[in-house]
Design a protein around this ligand. Structure first.
Ligand code: SME
Length: 167
């Protein structure tokens, strides 16, 4: 597909997730390189929703290591079980944080971040977490079930294109 997004003329997030999902599927389908795909997915999510920070952390050994992202500089390594990202990895589920200051062990890469959602994605067998999608907002309580559903659906559909094929 062309390297541009067609977005509906509304800020309604559910409508935007619905429009975005098939476009991102088509975008990553023709590209086998996971770094290229993570980069475009991060850019598309930021362009579509205007989030403050959007990016990926990949599981490398016993740590998460920073991958492609859009936004300001971020911490490069996060231990298993640490912060919101390491918790999503450990618990193998989406973590939605309405107020980052109320989350024990939150890792503050930027003081402007107020709320956060982290969605893990899995290898082809569904057993192993291979990375997490991390989105930060500079607005408190900015994420809802709409975001959880939209982002989980996205990761289910394209997660295999964000990792090396033999994973
Ligand atoms: N806040 C995250 C760290 C990553 S940055 O937000 C980009 C955490 O607590 O895991």
């Amino acid at each position: 597909m062309a390297e541009h997004l067609t977005l509906p003329p509304t800020d309604d997030r559910k409508t935007r997730y619905t429009a975005l999902l098939p476009q991102l599927e088509a975008l990553v389908e023709g590209e086998s390189d996971p770094v290229a795909n993570m980069a475009n997915v991060a850019a598309a999510l930021r362009e579509t929703f205007g989030f403050f920070w959007v990016g990926f952390y990949r599981v490398v050994g016993d740590e998460l290591v920073l991958g492609p992202f859009q936004g300001s500089l971020a911490c490069t390594r996060i231990d298993f079980g640490r912060g919101v990202c390491g918790t999503a990895w450990n618990e193998r589920r989406t973590i939605l944080v309405p107020d980052v200051e109320a989350f024990p062990g939150h890792i503050a890469c930027s003081s402007a971040s107020r709320s956060e959602i982290v969605v893990p994605f899995f290898d082809s067998s569904g057993d192993r977490v291979v990375g997490v999608l991390d989105i930060d907002s500079d607005r408190p309580d900015d994420f809802s079930e709409t975001d959880r559903e939209g982002l989980e659906a996205l990761m289910q559909r394209i997660g295999r294109k964000l990792q090396h094929e033999n994973n």
